[in-house]
Write a protein that binds this ligand. Sequence first.
Ligand SMILES: [Zn+2]
Length: 137
Amino acid sequence: MATSKFYALTHSKCPRCHVGKMFEGPVYGLKKQKMNETCPHCGFKFEIEPGYFYAAMYVSYVFSVAQIVTLGLATAYFTQSESPFLYLGVLFFTILVFAPFNYRFGRLILLHYLSPKVKYSPKYEEQIKESEDQPTS
Ligand SMILES: [Zn+2]
């Protein structure tokens, strides 16, 4: 069975083969996130054009706005505070905490859902299955 687009996206997989990893390691960790330049499985070049990932900023911008509005409203609801400093604090905290998440999923969503040129081709997944089926001597 072919890997679904949603699974591939949430597991940081390549948009073309759904097998190779686009990002190494977890979203949150002590090490800086590392994005592979090309897919380790099918060789797909993730930055399909120079500066392609500028468009990912729009996706992460939408994420940021949604997160800030949600947490801002939650703060207002739970604290009933009118202090602007509390809201500024919440705003900076939200931006910092979600930055790695927005960075990674901005790029993943751009490639998986918003790039008509990038097509999933199941043949790369079939290649592994064929090599697994080969009898070992
Ligand atoms: Zn790939």
